[in-house]
Design a protein around this ligand. Structure first.
Ligand code: UD1
Ligand code: UDP
Length: 377
């Protein structure tokens, strides 16, 4: 079997690394296509290094742009690669513009798409990611849902065939890298942090950063945090803070340490040792629960509701009062802290990569890895 894996951003590299490893364990070297949606060293290359992935076959250098520019350019360039290479299946992971571009380019060449992390829904169609998820799921032949909840979402949209619940490859990534991070990263010393003595915050979503009033609310939250805080900042957020004239204000906040985006080993170590995590990231909501760290999500909805249901995550939006209320509970009520920290991980056992590769190989053997004219036959 000749699989191609199309990816382009930080979380895709992290969550696909275990799948690439699982293919390699079976003696298969997948074709690796990097769209270049993320291109700064610390948004891309550092992850290839940290996760010891080399051998990218195609760098497409798509870069930044409007939604259509980025998706369209990626589609055109991916199509060129797929026409030349004719893989048996194209794997995409998650909900970025790269994912939609890879799925559309592939299915129209009648190359089947396997979507990893299928079935997630925030039920908020104003998010570009939600559009990408829905469309990708509907053109995919094989859908790797991380949880039963994700499978249910697909069923609600009429997708029942080709769906496999396999867990989330983020668990594989965390388990495969935690010990390495512990050993290799000296980030706590570099930033002068005590274990469980600081908060970790990230925010980069369009809905939180692209409007000045929302970004100002985020800054107000930063100004009110009751503990030393580390903020490895996504370049999108930094650019918006500068554009809206808020950057200097953030720099003046005592106790908030803004860093450039960090490599995976450093970031994992920071997550593991944080008192609590505040984030609008999808992957970080998952990692927090896997690492037993309480998570406050700076959003009003989440496509990871499992984390909220089991009690490890609270949606606080950009509501300063809610953030402070929950931080105060975490600081002053040990039972509440323990309950959040010990919420069970709903994302599986860390063998998702192996399962995905096994299923694809079985389908290939049975000659069922193909674009069918109808899903309902
Ligand atoms: C994208 C995904 C988002 C995901 C995130 C992971 C879409 C629609 N969004 O958002 O779901 O959570 O990746 O981090 O696909 N930039 C740089 N250097 C880089 C990359 C980006 O400076 O290497 C800046 C550019 O100013 C760019 C902006 O960040 O315009 C946004 O980048 P883009 O890839 O469009 O979206 P993300 O916010 O990264
Ligand atoms: N991450 C990292 N360094 C950072 C911030 C995040 O390595 O400075 C990792 C994090 O551990 C997680 C992934 O990047 O695995 C999440 O990516 P991001 O928040 O950009 O995207 P999302 O998951 O929201 O799509």
């Amino acid at each position: 079997m000749k699989p191609a894996i199309v990816f382009g951003t930080r979380p895709e590299i992290i969550k696909l690394a275990p799948v690439i490893r699982a293919f390699e364990n079976r003696g298969i070297t997948p074709l690796l296509v990097h769209t270049g949606q993320h291109y700064d060293y610390e948004m891309s290359r550092v992850f290839l290094e940290d996760l010891e992935l080399d051998g990218i076959d195609y760098h497409l250098e798509v870069g930044s742009g409007t939604q259509a520019e980025q998706t369209g350019t990626a589609m055109i360039k991916i199509e060129g690669v797929l026409i030349g290479e004719r893989p048996d299946v194209v794997l995409v992971q998650g909900d970025t513009n790269t994912v939609l571009a890879g799925a559309l380019a592939s299915v129209k060449l009648k190359i089947p798409v396997a979507h990893i992390e299928a079935g997630l829904r925030s039920f908020d169609r104003t998010m570009p990611e939600e559009i990408n998820r829905i469309l990708t799921d509907h053109v995919s032949e094989v859908l790797f849902a991380p949880t039963a909840e994700a499978k249910k979402n697909l069923k609600r949209e009429g997708i029942t065939d080709g769906v496999y619940v396999v867990g989330n490859t983020i668990v594989d990534a965390v388990l495969q890298n935690s010990e390495v991070a512990e050993r290799k990263s000296n980030i706590l010393e570099r930033l002068d942090l005590d274990p469980k003595g600081y908060l970790l915050i990230t925010a980069h979503r369009a809905e939180n950063t692209d409007r000045k009033e929302n970004l100002e609310r985020l800054v107000e939250i930063l100004e009110s945090l009751p503990m030393k805080t580390v903020y490895p900042m996504h370049p999108r957020t930094r650019r918006r803070l500068e554009e809206f004239g808020l950057w200097e204000r953030v720099m003046r906040i005592e106790g908030v340490l803004v860093t450039r985006p960090l490599g995976y080993l450093d970031f994992l170590k920071l997550e593991k040792n944080a008192f609590a995590i505040l984030t609008d990231s999808g992957g970080i909501q998952e990692e927090a629960i896997i690492l037993n760290v309480p998570c406050l999500t700076l959003r009003y909805n989440t496509e990871r509701p499992e984390t909220v249901k089991v009690g490890g995550n609270v949606l606080v939006g950009l509501e300063k009062e809610r953030v402070l209320k929950y931080l105060s509970k975490l600081l002053n009520e040990p039972e509440f802290y323990e309950k959040m920290a010990n919420a069970p991980n709903p994302f599986g056992d860390g063998k998702s990569g192996e399962r995905i590769v096994h299923i694809l190989l079985e389908l290939y053997k049975m000659k069922e890895l193909k674009v069918r004219s109808s899903r309902f036959i």
